[in-house]
Design a protein around this ligand. Sequence first.
Ligand SMILES: Cc1cc2nc3c(=O)[nH]c(=O)nc-3n(C[C@H](O)[C@H](O)[C@H](O)COP(=O)(O)OP(=O)(O)OC[C@H]3O[C@@H](n4cnc5c(N)ncnc54)[C@H](O)[C@@H]3O)c2cc1C
Length: 326
Amino acid sequence: MKRIAIIGAGMAGLTVGIQLNDFAIVELFEKSRRVSGRMSTRYANNYQFDHGTQDFTVRDQAFKKFLAPYMKTGILKEWKPKLMLIEKGYVAKTKNWTEKHYVPSPKMNELCVAMAKGINVQLNTEIIRIEKKEQGWLLYTKDKQEFGPYEWVINTTPAPQAEKLLPDSFSGHQYFKKCKMFGCYTLMLALSAPWKWEWEAAIVRNSLISWMTLNSNKPDRSNEQTLIVQTDNEWSENHIDEAKSNIQHIILEELNSLLSYDFSDSQYLTTHRWRYSDIKQAAGVDYHLDHEQQLGACGDWFIKGRIEAAFLSGYKLANSMKKKLC
Ligand SMILES: Cc1cc2nc3c(=O)[nH]c(=O)nc-3n(C[C@H](O)[C@H](O)[C@H](O)COP(=O)(O)OP(=O)(O)OC[C@H]3O[C@@H](n4cnc5c(N)ncnc54)[C@H](O)[C@@H]3O)c2cc1C
């Protein structure tokens, strides 16, 4: 069997791993302590926050079929929050979603954790360089570990990171150039007083805040009341290198003003910076395989900043590779 290295254990990397696991010897490399990437859960004191992905929709039949077992076992649940549209300067309006939205239970990373079962994932392993030798591709880490040789390397990191990692000989560099990504800030709060608003999730307009969720009211979350506040794409991009303490102050002031309430005495307050969050301009193809170099790239940024897009990019790449591996 051929040996394949996959860099990144988010939705795209895990999808490739699952699809190819019976066709090759698959090894995933993930720089973080846990799998999930932008579908992660933040653990802080006794609190847990879905600080990246909030929920997702399922439109494609392949994605629906893939998720069916997770729905059956209750790892994936439909989420029907009381939804509000808050437009600064206008009266807030209730809103209804027109399609089903899903969340993993009891926390966001649960789906990727379940997907990773049975796959060889090396955590805490940041790949900083890959090199082609006579025997195949070798992968190197910061602390000078060497992995390989592999016949194929598939990169699933966001485009700017992939561009640095894949060699100049990779035929897909045009896609790195084409893709533009937004950053985002997530403010996480553990509330010190009972929640007094009717909504559980809010779309926000005319503000540096774009989205808020009463995280603790999602399916099967713990009883501690927690709130997630996420910033607008354009605003985030314009402030992406600012000091986090300053950013936190600005977001908190805006939140206080939007809800006419002072959240500064929250039991826990922290801010996460997502340098690569959403997609401003996608690569415009589903994935890229360089058959000559035996290198590939996939991830949400090829299609759209959505979980379903990350799945489909990985799924389609893997299906195309299966034909070569059989
Ligand atoms: C704040 C926020 C809110 C979002 N909200 C939603 C939403 O509500 N609905 C929705 O559908 N989507 C949402 N998304 C988008 C969604 O999270 C992404 O589309 C999806 O998770 C991308 O998956 P991926 O596998 O392509 O990339 P990632 O999840 O980024 O996975 C890439 C992985 O590669 C790892 N990695 C990077 N460099 C290296 C290296 N050198 N060596 C080893 N590992 C490396 C990373 O740690 C990461 O785990 C949101 C994203 C963010 C950040």
